[in-house]
Ligand binder design. Sequence first.
Ligand code: UD1
Ligand code: MG
Length: 429
Amino acid sequence: MSISIVILAAGKGSRMKSTTPKVLHTISGKSMLSHAIDAGLAISDDITVVLAHQAKRVQEAIEAEYKNINFHMQDAEQFPGTGGAMKGVNTKYEKTLILNGDMPLITQSSLEALTGGDADINMSVIKLDNPDGYGRVLIDDEKVQEIVEQKDCNKTQLETKTVNAGIYCVNTELLNRYIPLLSNENAQKEYYLTDIVKMAVDENRTVTPIYVEEEEFKGVNSKYDLAMAEVIMQNRIKKELMAQGVTMRFPDSIYIDCRATFEGESILENGVTILGASKIISSHIKTNSVIEDSIIEDSDVGPMGRVRPLSHLKNTHIGNFVEVKKSTLTGVKAGHLAYIGDATIDEGSNIGAGVITCNYDGKAKHKTTIGKNVFVGSDCQLVAPLTIEDDVIVAAGTTLNKDVTKGSLAITRSALKTIPDFFYKFFGK
Ligand code: UD1
Ligand code: MG
């Protein structure tokens, strides 16, 4: 669709009480600004983000994630306000949709509703019982007349319950003409973007109010707002996944990153956390397990299992208190209390309780490779770099620091000594 998008993200966000720029706070694993950009990218290839406060940090974060996003620096000292933010912004197409960087809950279908039709301005409006804080939309004879900011309202205007949700789709040519004409003669001494509505009405242009869902247009200004937006986003993610066939036991206790994907039929028990771009394929993730940026395929994990980034589990059983990191396990059983890091383990192998891959020597990480049908007994330390070939038995309690060839038994064990009656000599009878 030939539409340009401008995302306003220059505000200070002081109510967030944070050293992190407001729009970089995350919801379901992704920054608020990324959520806005993603919604935008679904309908546009010309996106400009307006920045001022901590601009470099925000720009770097976005550039690490996306290509082809334009940035515009607002001169917020000289031209404060949403109108000031638009000063000097150039957009490519005939219509420009203006979004806010702190509205992460907007959906593609709302954006489509706002960009439809052929009015000169489509503006988002909400009817609220308590309109406090919002600009009031004055409508006469079903026609929008103007937007008056709360601080500039007279008593009757304050009673207006139809408010400006803050998102507009504007004829680009009008926008370019109106922005330089904005003045800051108002209660806040700011350049208000909202004044373009009256300018358009005065020229007999069409301004269409588009009634929108309050939930989607809620601005996130504080840590409380952030938490509430997170709840809404999590509910959306889980509802969609359940519709797709994922079973969730007590979903309110489950957390799923918006980048995670599911295939087949999986079960998530209560307290499960799925982070990053994990992919869960026909697997059973049990109570209080954490999966991060990993692929879990036809496997079961937990309860209380932890799979850290870049792992791939296939036909594998991971039991309680087992931690796996950057490892590929195919057809493996590791039932209890183990650390498996930087390892590749092949089919039919069993990792006993208390087994540790010693992957870090204090300077660098090293790999452990374990072949097929290897039985690693309980409480072994596997000192990497290490290769164990197929069909090997590693006896319980072994500290292994040399490769083991196919078919062998590896055992390190100091001779057992028993001293009869020592207990009674030591403690007395
Ligand atoms: C704005 C609207 C108000 C509407 C409300 C909806 C104006 C004048 N008023 O008010 O009618 O009801 O949104 O939420 O537009 N920003 C900049 N540069 C600035 C100031 C703001 O980029 O100098 C950005 C902010 O980062 C934010 C967006 O613009 O993403 C809205 O700014 P905000 O200060 O929240 O506007 P409101 O005063 O709430
Ligand atoms: Mg605001």
